[in-house]
Design a protein around this ligand. Structure first.
Ligand code: SF4
Length: 227
C-alpha cells in the first residue's frame, strides 16, 4: 500500500500530500487538508503522534471532542482506557505511534454537547492517504486497528471486526495486523463486571499483537550474522 498522489474521482487527502514524507511535514500539510467536508466543522486536524521508530502503530477511528480541542490523538476518556490497556499488556508507550483513520472530528450537536458521528466510507477513503503516508514513514512491524472503522479503512469495507478480532493478518504493506475493539466501546458498557471482562479481552488482543514483536527478534537472532 502506498500513499497515492492521484485518486480516481472526487477529491481526497491525496491532493494535499507534501513532496517530502516525514511525520512533521505530513502533520504540517494535513492542517490545510480539505480532502472531504469534515474540516469545515472541526477545530483542527488531529494527526498521529509517537516515536518515529515505533514498532507498533495503533489506528483508531477519528478524534473525539477533547482531541479536536487539544489537537492530539487519544487524550480523552478512550485514551485513558488505551493507556491502561497498553500498560497491562506490557507495551511501553514510547514503542507505539497512535493515529486515526480519519483526521477531523465528525460530530452532531446534542444540546450544548458535540456527539461523535460515525464517518462514512467515502470520508474514510478520502482520508486514507494520510494513514498510508504515516505507515510508509513509520514502517511499523505491527498495526493494531482499534475498532471497525480503522479495520475497514485498512482491510476493506467487508472486514468483520467481531469475527476477526485478535486474529493475526499479514497484509502486503506491513508484516502483521491485528484488529480489536475501540477502547471507547468499553466506556459504553454499563455493568462493572461486563466492562472488566471486555477490558481483559482488549488486553489479550494487545498482548497477542505485542507477542509478534518477539517473533521478529527471534527471527533476527536466527539470522546469519553479517560479517
Ligand atoms: S477528514 Fe481527512 S480527508 Fe477529510 S478534510 Fe480532514 S484530513 Fe482531509
Amino acid at each position: 500500500m502506498t500513499a497515492r498522489k492521484e485518486r480516481q474521482g472526487g477529491r481526497s487527502a491525496a491532493d494535499f500530500l507534501p513532496e517530502k514524507f516525514t511525520i512533521p511535514e505530513l502533520q504540517k500539510a494535513s492542517r490545510s487538508c480539505e480532502g472531504c467536508d469534515l474540516y469545515k466543522r472541526a477545530t483542527q486536524t488531529v494527526f498521529g503522534e509517537g516515536s518515529p521508530r515505533a514498532r507498533i502503530m495503533l489506528v483508531g477511528e477519528q478524534p473525539g471532542d477533547k482531541e479536536d480541542l487539544e489537537g492530539r490523538p487519544f487524550v480523552g476518556p478512550a485514551g485513558r482506557i488505551l493507556a491502561q490497556g497498553l500498560t497491562k499488556a506490557g507495551i511501553p508507550r514510547e514503542n507505539v505511534y497512535v493515529t486515526n483513520a480519519v483526521k477531523h472530528f465528525k460530530w452532531i450537536p446534542r444540546g450544548k454537547r458535540r456527539i461523535h458521528d460515525k464517518p462514512r466510507m467515502s470520508e474514510i477513503e478520502a482520508c486514507r492517504p494520510w494513514l498510508e503516508a504515516e505507515i510508509a514513514v513509520i514502517k511499523p512491524l505491527v498495526v493494531i486497528c482499534l475498532g471497525a472503522t480503522a479495520a475497514r479503512a485498512l482491510m476493506g469495507p467487508k472486514f468483520r471486526l467481531m469475527e476477526n478480532r485478535g486474529r493475526v493478518f499479514e497484509p502486503f504493506w506491513a508484516p502483521w495486523l491485528v484488529a480489536t475493539v475501540h477502547p471507547s466501546s468499553l466506556l459504553r458498557l454499563q455493568e462493572h463486571e461486563e466492562r472488566m471482562r471486555a477490558f481483559q479481552l482488549f488486553v489479550a488482543d494487545l498482548k497477542k499483537a505485542a507477542s509478534l514483536l518477539g517473533r521478529e527478534s527471534k527471527s533476527m537472532e536466527e539470522a546469519e550474522p553479517v560479517l
